[in-house]
Design a protein around this ligand. Structure first.
Ligand SMILES: C[S@@+](CC[C@H](N)C(=O)[O-])C[C@H]1O[C@@H](n2cnc3c(N)ncnc32)[C@H](O)[C@@H]1O
Length: 227
């Protein structure tokens, strides 16, 4: 799983639209709206919240959320994505961005009330790095903080996704996806459960709504704070 995702996302960040830059070429508008519903539903945003947007990409969700919380801090490994995010949110006072990796978070202890991680952790190199993300988060969130990890590829559905790509993707898109499919970190819910239990976190796995294209091979994980 040794793949240069930083290079991949720096390249994607040069795309014409934010949809393409963030890998949403196959998402339709209602699937996209659904993601807003899910974020508001699971994170229960409050005006006093300081929110961390991990893997913020071009700032789509940082932008959306900023109006409903005290502050948004977006982090990403791709400087080109962050440049795009800064440009997209130039008029917002309570949003800031930092270049940082999800598994090396450096923030004040117990600072964040809410954390959003939307379609990011499949780009980690191993389950050990996932462990590190949670260990880091455990320090910088409050004890009742909510974390919404959206779009985790389900190991059990990998074959289904492979068949889908073979049958539905065309030309270059198919070639690229077949190459990188094995580089994603595919998650085993049982293994995740053991890690989350060991960290003393309260959590629930949720299916993606059917109007989100990735629902047939991904799931969400919502963390409701420390036990
Ligand atoms: C599919 S895009 C999602 C962007 C954004 N969350 C959204 O939904 O619009 C994945 C993003 O995660 C970032 N990323 C990948 N690995 C990361 C890591 N280890 N730490 C922080 N960001 C990462 C990429 O640079 C990219 O911007």
């Amino acid at each position: 799983m040794d793949y240069n995702w930083k290079k991949f996302w720096n390249f994607k960040a040069l795309s014409n639209t934010d949809f393409h830059a963030t890998g949403r070429s196959n998402v339709d508008i209602f699937g996209f709206f659904q993601t807003f519903h899910d974020i508001f539903n699971y994170l229960e945003l409050k005006k006093k919240d300081n929110l961390l947007d991990i893997g913020c990409g071009s700032g789509i969700y940082s932008y959306l959320i900023s109006n409903f919380v005290n502050s948004v801090t977006g982090i990403d490994i791709s400087q080109k994505m962050l440049n795009r995010a800064k440009k997209n949110t130039i008029n917002l006072q309570n949003v800031k961005f930092k270049k940082m990796c999800a598994s090396k978070l450096i923030f004040e202890d117990s600072y964040f009330d809410k954390v959003l991680i939307y379609s990011v952790l499949q780009y980690l190199d191993s389950i050990n790095s996932f462990n590190k993300v949670l260990e880091n988060l455990n320090k910088i969130i409050k004890s009742n903080s909510k974390i919404y990890i959206a779009g985790m590829p389900d190991l059990k559905k990998k074959k289904k996704y492979l068949d889908y790509v073979k049958n539905n993707f065309t030309k270059d898109a198919k070639k690229i996806e077949l190459e990188i499919l094995d580089k994603y970190l595919w998650f085993d819910k049982k293994e995740l459960g053991i890690i989350l239990d060991r960290m003393n976190l309260k959590y629930k796995f949720e299916p993606l709504s059917k109007n989100i294209f990735q629902s047939f091979y991904m799931f969400d994980c919502v963390i409701y704070g420390k036990k």
